[in-house]
Ligand binder design. Structure first.
Ligand code: DAH
Length: 329
């Protein structure tokens, strides 16, 4: 039996084995009990047989080494195949992250602050949970005035408010009183913020936004208010020719009172309440109504936004529908 032939056949068979089972079969063929090596029988003189024994051991060692080498190769190939299959392709494009944008009403709020600041007005902020006194009484609202009724005001029942009647402010006008009691004239301030009323339809929302203005000095007039408000509207609507008119109206906290209208596409549209601050309210500011005169207005931010962008349903602002919001990038 030719040892070299066995070795070369074994090496060829191992190389040809593509997976572990075929390699184990090949191992059995050459190294197994009934395999080719086991069938080898030395022959000849004792010297010749001893020499053949040494060759046999060397051949067996070569075959075993080759088997071990091939085993390792197959294991490495298997691992590589698995790694390739499970690999994460980090170069794949990501799913994409969209960028949010500032809500159109909040953008109006920011524009309003910027414009009034350039007109020399401070910006103030105050509580949305208000006392009955600031929301109504201090503003000359008679006890039986409909604005106080349960229908349009949210009342707040706070255990630890010490029995003080509270509400979600139905307008930003309480800020006139809060600010005036903490500052001395001349006062030029706007106070934008959230307001609340039990009201909900295409043009009303239970939560909405207003901007209040208060201007107090010793020698100002309605003409001053009309001047700054017209300037504000012209800048807000980016229209230098925008027409503005004051129409007599009624509010408990102003006397005289006026509704401010602006002309848009040939139609007069109501945009704000305003007036000369009532002497009783000036007294509640802690000021002498004989000496100080005040002018005020309150405008709705949703309405300003709707007119600016031609939006006809206020509920769109609060639906959270991206098809609407994405139009204000
Ligand atoms: N507070 C009034 C409202 O919510 C709006 C208003 C009218 C505010 C006249 C004023 C004003 O400052 O002078 O309907």
């Amino acid at each position: 039996m030719d040892l070299e032939g066995i070795v070369s056949r074994a090496l060829a068979a191992f190389r040809a084995a593509r997976d572990v089972p075929s390699l184990e079969n090949a191992k059995a063929r050459f190294l197994g009990k009934g395999g080719e090596l086991a069938a080898f029988r030395p022959s000849g003189s004792p010297e010749e047989r001893r020499a053949q024994g040494a060759k046999f051991n060397a051949a067996k060692q070569t075959i075993e080494d080759a088997l071990e080498t091939r085993r390792k190769e197959l294991a490495r190939e298997k691992l590589n195949a698995r790694l390739a299959e499970e690999a994460l392709d980090v170069t794949l494009p990501a799913r994409g992250r969209t960028r949010g944008s500032v809500h159109p009403v909040i953008r109006t709020w920011q524009r309003i602050e910027a414009i009034w600041r350039t007109l020399g007005f401070e910006v103030a902020d105050g509580p949305e949970i208000e006392t009955d006194w600031y929301s109504f009484t201090a503003l000359n609202n008679p006890e039986n005035h409909p604005a106080r009724s349960m229908q349009d005001t949210f009342y707040v029942d706070l255990k630890d408010a010490g029995g003080i009647p509270l509400n979600l402010r139905p307008h930003t006008s309480p800020m006139q009183v809060r600010y005036a009691r903490m500052h001395s004239p001349p006062i030029k301030v706007i106070a934008p913020g959230r307001t609340y009323r039990v009201d909900s339809d295409a043009t009303h929302s239970p939560m909405f936004h207003q901007v209040e203005c208060l201007w107090i000095d010793e020698d100002i007039s309605f003409a001053d208010l009309k001047g700054v408000y017209t300037e504000f509207l012209r800048r807000f609507f980016e229209n230098d020719e925008l027409e503005v008119r004051f129409r007599p109206s009624y509010f408990p906290f102003t006397e005289p009172s006026a509704e401010i209208d602006m002309k848009l596409k040939g139609r007069w549209l109501e945009i704000s309440g305003s007036g000369q601050v009532h002497p009783a309210v000036v007294k509640n500011f802690g000021l002498d109504p004989e000496r100080y005169i005040g002018f005020a207005f309150g405008s709705g931010l949703e309405r300003l936004t709707m007119l600016r962008h031609g939006i006809d349903d206020l509920r769109l602002f609060f639906d959270g529908d991206l098809r609407f919001l994405a139009q204000f990038p």
